[in-house]
Design a protein around this ligand. Structure first.
Ligand code: NPG
Length: 375
């Protein structure tokens, strides 16, 4: 495959409702899209990648403008250098071409994603087929932010339950945990329910988290700090709700460490956070081999990332519903044809690559910044 052109396109997408977590309130999303033009024996294609870095470095060290800069100055030039040296360009080689750049997994993952999309389109193969996924759809869960009041939260959750979402995830933080969990459990009975703390607690808060034990939650996601693997292992002995890790898992290696330490009995796999879909699949394989359940997290992706996540979540170890909601969960208008949740499921595309692409009019309308990095 020959890379002809690489463009970085930043788009602005307002959220239909503010999304509050323990670390921020988001009212819009600015995804960084990567458009790769590539040629091979079967012709010329366009591949799309999506970088999930937030505007601010509040969830991880990466942030939008930093990711753009790393791609512009280091990652894309390294890929062109690799190609100019006569080395083969493919999704499987992108990691080697850029491994001398330390960190920046979200930026790296987005570049690999665009190359993977282009490669699969040249091969006329879907991402699902590439993964060996045969199912046609995956169960769809939804993540609900911290609301101003419990009645507001119950109204939101009620809407999502009525729409057919099969699992609800509540964002929690100290002071917003027991009361919302109890209220949702009492109002909605036996629904699949889990909570996400985004690192908001300390080990000394174990007594607060233990109060959630009676509510039969599927899991508590990332209660403690990103680097607190041993503390998570300790916490797992103090609470009965399964501990799931998100921020702490940045690679297959960190997943292996977490599993070995007993720090996680469940893992949230976010392809962007771990540096791409290939590493995400490796973490899936590792967890499956160790009997650790995984599910696919979300980062308020556009339809591009949502479609790719749906295919990934079709792998057999994804035994819990992912944060793979319909586009209308966050956006009045997606940049692609909307991803639709129907009867509690989201379809896995079967067309080449990730199977979706931006609609030209939506792209023109939402673009706020472009950079052409063609060498
Ligand atoms: O459904 O896409 C979605 C959002 C799911 O809650 C969600 N994501 O911490 O898991 C998280 C959270 C998040 C979103 C984190 C954006 C970082 C950025």
């Amino acid at each position: 495959m020959h890379i002809e052109r690489v463009e970085l396109i930043t788009v602005r997408m307002p959220l239909i409702h503010p999304f509050t977590t323990s670390f921020s309130t988001q009212t819009e999303r600015r995804p960084l899209l990567i458009r790769v033009t590539a040629s091979g024996q079967s012709g010329t294609v366009t591949g799309w990648g999506e970088c999930v870095a937030l505007a601010e470095p509040f969830y991880s060290p990466e942030y939008l403008e930093g990711a753009r800069e790393i791609l512009r100055r280091f990652l894309v030039p390294a890929l062109f250098d690799w190609q100019a040296a006569g080395r083969p360009v493919a999704a499987a080689t992108v990691g080697s071409a850029i491994e001398h750049v330390v960190g920046h997994r979200m930026a790296k993952g987005a570049l690999e994603m665009a190359i993977l999309d282009a490669e699969l389109r040249l091969q006329n193969r879907s991402f699902a087929a590439h993964l060996g996924v045969t199912r046609a759809s995956v169960p769809s869960g939804v993540s609900v932010g911290i609301e101003k009041s419990v009645p507001d939260l119950l109204a939101q959750v009620g809407d999502f339950v009525a729409q057919g979402y099969v699992r609800i995830k509540l964002k929690i933080k100290p002071g917003w945990d027991l009361e919302p969990v109890k209220a949702v459990r009492e109002r909605f009975g036996d629904i699949g329910l889990q909570v996400d703390a985004n690192t908001a607690y300390r080990l000394s808060d174990a007594h607060l988290l233990r109060r959630l034990d009676p509510f039969d939650l599927l899991l508590i996601e990332q209660p403690l700090g990103e680097e607190d693997l041993r503390q998570h292992a300790h916490l797992a002995r103090l609470v009965s709700t399964p501990i799931c890790l998100d921020e702490s898992i940045v690679s297959a290696q960190s997943a292996a460490d977490a599993i070995a330490l007993g720090a996680a009995s469940v893992i949230n796999i976010k392809p962007g956070r771990v540096g791409g879909y290939l590493e995400a699949a490796r973490i899936h394989d590792l967890a499956l081999a160790h009997g650790v359940a995984v599910w696919c997290g979300g980062m308020l992706e556009t339809g591009i990332g949502r479609a790719a996540n749906a295919a990934l979540a079709g792998l057999p170890g994804f035994t819990l519903p992912g944060d793979i909601s319909g586009s209308d969960r966050f956006y009045a208008n997606d940049i692609t044809e909307p991803i639709v949740m129907k009867d509690g499921e989201v379809a896995i595309p079967s067309t080449p690559g990730f199977g979706v692409e931006p609609l030209p009019a939506a792209l023109a309308d939402m673009t706020v910044h472009t950079l052409d990095l063609t060498s």
